[in-house]
Structures are given as C-alpha cells and as structure tokens.
Design a protein around this ligand. Structure first.
Ligand code: MRU
Length: 353
C-alpha cells in the first residue's frame, strides 16, 4: 500500500511527490516548520492529505514544545497552527484539521502536559485512519455510479497520494474495479504541475488499473469520440450550494461533459464541505509561482518577461455536477439541502472521543 504520509517515532514521514514518478523517496520532518514547507512545496498535496499533514504537523510542533504551563503550551499551539494555516489557502481540509486539533486541545487542557501532547498525537493518527475509512466508504457509495465497462476520465490526482490512502475519485474507481467493473481510466495530464501524468498514472499502474494519459486539451476529443462514459474528480472545497473548487482545468472538463451528456461526479469527504462558504465565488483561489507555467523540468518554455497567470484551482458551478459522493452517502441537487443533511454533526456516540 502507498504510504503517502505517516507518523513515526522520528517525525512525520512523507513520500516526496515532487520526485514521482521516477524516484520513490521519502522525507522525514522533525519540526512543524518543516511540515509547513512540505505542504507549501507540494511534497504532500491533495486536500485530505494536506489536512492530515496539518494535524500531524501540529502534533509534532506541540510535542517539541518546551512549555511548562498549559497557558504557554496553548500559546505555542496557536503559533504552530498559524504557521501551518498559512501554507495553502484553498483546500478547506487544512482549516478543518486545525479546528479539530484545537477542539481536542480544549477537551484535554485540564490534563498534564505530557497527556495533552500524547492526546494530540493520537488525534492526528486517528484522522489518518478515519481518512482511509472515509475513502473506502466513498468507494462503496460511488462504485454504483461507475459504468460496468468503459472509459472514466479524471483530472489531477485524487488518489491514494492525495489522501491518507485509497483516494477519493480514484477510490471510487478502485472500488468499481474491485467489484469487477471493466474500467479504463483516462488521466488528464493536468498542467502545469502534472499531477495526472506523474501521480495518477503512477498509482493506477501500481494497482494494474488500465490507464491512458492524455494532455488536457485532448479531453474534448475523447468525449466526442465516445471514449468517456463518466467523469470523476476530487475537490478542495465544496461550497454550501454545491459549487466545487478543484484543480485548475476541472471547470473546462465539466463544461465539456455537459455538452457531451456525460455525468460529471465529484468525490470528497465531508471535511471538504464548507457550509460557511455560501457559493464558489467566496472560495479563496491559490495563485502559485509563475515559474510552474514558464518552465518545464527546469527549461524555460515562454519568452522572458511575458505575463503569466497560475491559479492552482477553479470553481465548477453546482449545475454541472451530477452528484457529490461522500463517505456518508451521495448528495444530489439541490445541494443546499443534500449537503446540509449529510454534513450535519454525527449523532452522539458516533463523535470523536
Ligand atoms: O494542488 P494540489 O495537487 O494539492 O491539488 C489537488 C487537487 O486539486 C485534488 O483534486 C483535490 O485536492 C482532491 S484530492 C482527493
């Protein structure tokens, strides 16, 4: 199984995704600042993985704290959370994870410092395990939506590498394949960072799932030729009305899907749903270094000094989304109602201890 990130006795260990697909190397972070750097530099990426990384970064930072009073420990906790919270703005899982760690701190703050540190480590590990379980549940719900046979297009990487394991969109595909469905994946290359060609193709090949990489501008032609029966992607933030922020280029795929009458599905955990965000216009979109666009493997591809845009995400309006697959079930339009119902707090006894 792919170990995207894990808590170890020596720190938080990450599979370095910037080196894939040619090198499988790991980096171990010993401080929360290092964890913030690996999130920012996309050694680890993908909304759910960023959330778990944030929780582990906080646990690491608090564990390293020299504070001798609960007040000082809380001050350190807040400073650590602030550093982690400034890494990437779009994936709401980051802020969800920080909030959950804050709530854990508040629940155990009357206990001795060593106990608080241990409780935070355990909470981060629990979030790791829960994420895998959520993806498997998404797979169970979503597999029924996949064709018995045919091409399924995905954009970016919403797989094991973008989560604690199994994946959201790729989890749905994995579950469908496990049920015996004969799916052929079309993986959009996903310029400029190439999550599709470098990461999605890498992890699907490891699993022996038939995969064809296409450059992003080929998707329309593939749909027109009847090669695509369904589309499934992940999400970085889903607004209360069902608008979906995901990797730049997702919106283009959704519009093409509508033109060709192909269902466009989104798979994401409830932690990606931001009910405080009324619609997609309120979702902050990360702008990344223009060099990701101007250079490929270190080689300059555009003239010196030309204007460049590099938004990392776009927003797909809810009207293009056939269904949102979550670990608690499938949401359909009107999303204001279906998402609010699914995202309602888990019943007593089901809550995190
Ligand atoms: O910039 P990235 O690689 O972090 O963007 C990742 C995506 O857009 C994914 O589709 C999304 O986070 C869902 S991952 C399960």
């Amino acid at each position: 199984m792919i170990q995207t990130l894990e808590w170890t006795d020596h720190g938080v260990r990450f599979l370095d995704q910037t080196k894939l697909p040619t090198e499988e190397t790991y980096v171990t972070c010993k401080t929360h600042e290092q964890v913030a750097d690996v999130i920012r530099n996309m050694v680890v990426r993908g909304a759910p993985a960023i959330g778990v990384a944030a929780a582990m970064g906080i646990a690491l930072g608090v564990n390293n704290s020299k504070a001798e009073s609960i007040g000082d420990l809380k001050r350190d906790f807040d400073q650590i959370s602030d550093v982690i919270g400034k890494t990437r703005p779009t994936a709401v899982n980051l802020f969800w994870a920080i909030r959950r760690m804050q709530e854990k701190f508040e629940r155990v703050r009357i206990r001795p410092i060593a106990h608080i540190k241990q409780a935070l480590i355990e909470e981060a590990q629990r979030m790791h395990a829960e994420d895998i379980a959520a993806n498997q549940a998404m797979g169970r719900h979503g597999a029924a939506l996949m064709p018995a046979e045919g091409g399924v297009l995905t954009h970016c990487n919403a797989g094991a590498l973008a989560t604690a394991g199994y994946g959201t969109a790729l989890g749905v595909i994995r579950a469908a394949v496990e049920q015996g469905k004969k799916i052929h994946v079309y993986a959009d290359e996903t310029r400029p960072f190439l999550q599709g060609s470098r990461l999605t193709a890498w992890e699907l090949m490891k699993d022996g799932i038939p995969t064809t990489v296409i450059s992003d501008n080929m998707a329309g032609a593939m749909m027109r030729q009847g090669k695509i029966a369904a589309i499934v992607v992940g999400a970085d933030r889903i607004a209360a009305n069902g608008d979906v922020a995901n990797k730049i280029g997702t919106y283009t795929v959704a519009v093409l899907a509508k033109e060709h009458n192909i269902p466009f599905y989104v798979a994401a955990p409830i932690s990606t749903v931001d009910l405080a965000c009324p619609d997609g216009s309120q979702i902050p979109i990360e702008q990344r270094d223009p060099r990701e666009v101007t250079h490929i493997a270190g080689k300059q591809m555009v003239p010196e000094g030309v204007a460049v845009e590099n938004p990392a995400f776009d927003v797909t309006p809810a009207s293009y989304v056939a269904a949102i697959i979550t670990e608690r079930g499938i949401a359909r339009a009107p999303y204001e109602e279906s998402l609010r119902t699914l995202a309602a707090p888990a019943p007593e006894g089901d809550a995190h201890p």
